[in-house]
Design a protein around this ligand. Structure first.
Ligand code: ZN
Ligand code: ZN
Length: 343
């Protein structure tokens, strides 16, 4: 029987209708195993070593010599740091100038790599680069929100194959973030607890939607998942901002993110996916009611008219079954392939 479920923290509703469509295992096999195939270097790729657009370079890791991660300005930025911030509110006209930052984080020197084929330390290196860049940008008084995200695959909006993530720093707090912030504050006012910490407590006690738990993070399919294999990864200690993640936390995040993405890679045949880091606005970094997390959304079902008209997603799968499926994925074959390549 279908049911409407509400997310404890965001108060978003979703329509779970698992009998309408495919069982979780039938989602597998929809995407090609493209990563790892084809050449590791492309002559006309701007992100490959030797082709670097040095005029756009913001940072590289390590600072000198062959790099593992590079941050570059977007060649076609949606926001520009050279634009003066101005606001206009006059009748119909309500506008803020496009002042901000739009940058690309190249995650690997290898053109044909992807997170699932990297090492956990390499995945962590990207997150460390995010945080270093975030601290530099949040000093710009025009910036109110910094968003890190990744589009993996064409269905997820990626236009270049070379593995990369993106960062946009905005001169306002997006409505999506405002609504979540308001919900979290109201929850805190009502019960005196962070809704996300409560959710961790309940999900751990229930256990059916857990995917993986490490020393500092928990990965689970939320009770009111809006789509199949929707995954949240939360720090188990209350922290409002991703920018406050320390060295040990970032290493651990690299491990759990890598493990989750590998399970998707093997179990769901390398699906296209987006991940987004939901973190506190830069003026709210120490909030007692905001709790940062990463949300991963595989692009294996499409939103349609009902979603558009009601704002309620229909999820044709049960989060409990999706989590169980990912818990049981055996990535050992991929581990053996990686070990063979290392030899
Ligand atoms: Zn490339
Ligand atoms: Zn919390």
């Amino acid at each position: 029987m279908s049911e409407l479920r509400q997310n404890l923290a965001t108060k978003e509703w979703v329509l779970i209708a698992s009998e309408r469509a495919k069982r979780p295992h039938e989602f597998a096999g929809l995407g090609p195993l493209a990563c790892g195939e084809g050449p590791a270097w492309e002559a006309n790729c701007p992100f490959c070593p030797g082709n670097e657009e040095i005029d756009l370079e913001v940072a590289r890791v390590p600072d000198a010599g062959p790099w593992q991660v590079r941050i570059v300005g977007n060649r076609y930025p949606a926001l520009s740091e050279t634009v003066t911030l101005d606001r206009e509110y006059n009748g119909l006209v309500r506008r803020i100038s496009g002042a901000g930052y739009h940058e690309v984080i190249v995650e690997s020197p290898l053109h044909n790599s992807c997170m699932a084929l990297q090492t956990p330390a390499e995945v962590a290196c990207t997150f460390r680069a995010f945080i270093d860049r975030a601290w530099a940008i949040q000093r710009d008084p025009r910036i109110e929100y910094i968003l890190f995200f990744k589009n993996h695959g064409r269905q997820a909006g990626a236009s270049l194959r070379h593995p990369h993530a993106q960062m946009m720093a905005l001169p306002m707090v997006p409505n999506e973030v405002r609504v979540r912030t308001d919900q979290a504050r109201m929850h805190f006012d009502e019960v005196g607890k962070c809704a996300y910490c409560e959710m961790l407590h309940h999900e751990r006690a229930d256990g059916r939607r857990l995917i993986l738990e490490s020393e500092r993070f928990m990965a689970f399919a939320p009770y009111a998942s809006v789509s199949p294999f929707h995954i949240w990864i939360l720090p188990t200690n209350h922290t409002a901002s991703f920018f406050h993640a320390g060295a040990a936390e970032i290493d651990d995040l690299g491990e759990i993110m890598h493990a989750v993405v590998r399970r998707m890679y093997v179990g769901l045949n390398n699906p296209d996916f987006n991940y987004v880091i939901r973190s506190a606005p830069v003026r709210d970094l120490g909030s007692p009611y905001l709790h940062w997390y990463i949300t991963i959304v595989p692009r294996i079902s499409l939103a349609a008219g009902f979603e558009l008209g009601s704002g309620i997603y229909i999820n044709p799968s049960l989060p409990e079954e999706c989590a169980q499926y990912l818990r049981e994925v055996d990535t050992s074959l991929l581990n053996r392939v990686a070990a063979d390549e290392a030899i």
